[in-house]
Design a protein around this ligand. Structure first.
Ligand code: SF4
Length: 230
């Protein structure tokens, strides 16, 4: 298992996008305050990512074994049917921004800081994807994320972190008792090479989700993932 850390990810906040998202005019009093916060965040922000180049050791009907760790998911079993390596990962806005935001007392500033951290996380994700494309010449890859589907519950974050190793020491992301990540503006999962258009959202019935990336297919699980794997 090869462990790779990306800890020099550039973070240049998009000021116009942040002002627009927060409905703030740059030349207003709020605008001046927000721009000051953005400037500070730009100075201290260090978004990061880590991943492993992992082997699939075994495949069973209801689970797969990645780097000797058992991951229980039928959807994963089907998605990984034709591959033998995957990329477990954690990407984060970084502890530096998280601790700065935790020290803010004003609720409005806390909210602005959240939005700035979301932008840092998005920058880290873009960097991570482009790194993978270049390093491994991956043409098309998709992600499964613990907790996105009933089939792969949030409790499997523990197994994912077990594969990745000392995530807290390496990029500052820790798991809470309930398997949420701190900093909250972090994301985790397993990337895999595929020719399919898989998205967790295709199997997720949640209504009015602002982050939906694909239409829900109510019969897809029964049609594709329930049948025995040949
Ligand atoms: S619809 Fe929303 S909650 Fe469901 S998997 Fe997609 S992003 Fe996640």
């Amino acid at each position: 298992m090869k462990q790779i850390i990306l800890d020099s990810i550039p973070f240049q906040p998009d000021r116009n996008q942040l002002l627009k998202k927060l409905h703030i005019q740059a030349d207003s009093e709020d605008g001046a305050q927000l721009l000051e916060m953005i400037e500070h965040a730009e100075k201290i922000g260090k978004p990061k990512a880590m991943y492993t180049l992992s082997s699939i050791n075994d495949k069973h009907e209801e689970f797969v074994v990645v780097d000797n760790v058992k991951l229980s998911s039928r959807v994963m079993r089907v998605n990984f049917a034709d591959i033998n390596r995957v990329f477990p990962y954690v990407v984060t806005c970084g502890r530096e921004l998280y601790e700065w935001a935790a020290g803010l007392e004003d609720m409005l500033e806390q909210y602005w800081a959240e939005v700035i951290m979301e932008q840092a996380l998005a920058a880290a994700l873009r960097y991570f994807y482009s790194h993978l494309e270049k390093e491994y010449r991956l043409e098309k890859f998709k992600s499964m994320n613990p907790g996105s589907l009933e089939d792969w519950p949030i409790s499997q974050q523990r197994e994912l972190f077990q594969i990745l190793g000392n995530v807290r020491e390496l990029i500052g992301v820790e798991l809470t008792e309930s398997c949420l990540m701190l900093p909250m503006k972090s994301t985790s999962g397993i990337l895999f090479q595929t020719q399919s258009n898989f998205e967790n959202c295709q199997l997720c019935p949640r209504e009015d989700c602002p982050n939906r990336r694909a239409e829900y297919h109510p019969h897809l699980y029964d049609e594709k993932y329930k049948a025995p794997v040949l």
